[in-house]
Design a protein around this ligand. Structure first.
Ligand code: PNS
Length: 160
């Protein structure tokens, strides 16, 4: 039984994340999406909302669970008995930081393998950060995030 974890801030989940999730779910028997609780990126959405939006987005998949985690990623992998960490790569600019994380995680837990999956090129410019900025300024983000995430963003920016 091959268990993979897909960690991230998911603030919020985008169609780029979902593209990677779809690919990873075909490779692993069980895929656990881990939403980081205490992201130092100062998230827009609280952890409960990030988990809820992510769960809603993956409800069509059978072998996917969504949970939150705190502390080291290798600790989360251990708790879930995962053999693989999945990370998505959009462009070569992502690679340097991802390599650094992968090598540190390998040092911390040598038997845990990081696997990079290439997101579809149609999402190569999509990031949660840029989605939030465009949504905050009233731009169209249709087709780049699931419809329910669009509603959360709209509601969030109407309040502020
Ligand atoms: O979606 P993100 O914000 O790029 O995801 C980053 C994440 C969650 C993968 C990374 O911040 C992480 O693993 N945090 C947990 C703390 C940890 O283990 N740090 C050392 C890894 S080098």
């Amino acid at each position: 039984m091959l268990t993979a974890i897909y960690p991230g801030s998911f603030d919020p989940i985008t169609n780029g994340h979902l593209d990677v999730i779809g690919r990873a779910s075909r490779l692993a028997d069980r895929l656990v999406v881990g939403v980081l609780l205490n992201s130092n990126k100062n998230p827009l959405f609280p952890i409960e909302e990030r988990v809820e939006m992510t769960r809603e987005a993956v409800k069509g998949f059978k072998n996917i669970e969504v949970t939150h985690f705190d502390g080291l990623l290798v600790g989360f992998a251990e708790r879930e008995s995962a053999q693989i960490i999945v990370r998505g790569i959009r462009a070569i600019s992502d690679y340097e930081f991802e390599l650094q994380m992968a090598l540190m995680n390998r040092r911390l837990k040598p038997d845990l393998e990081t696997v990079f999956l290439m997101a579809s090129e149609q999402y190569s410019f999509v990031s949660s950060r840029i989605i939030k900025e465009v949504a905050r300024l009233g731009g169209d983000i249709g087709g780049l995030v699931p419809p329910h995430v669009e509603s959360h963003l709209r509601a969030r920016f109407q309040r502020s």
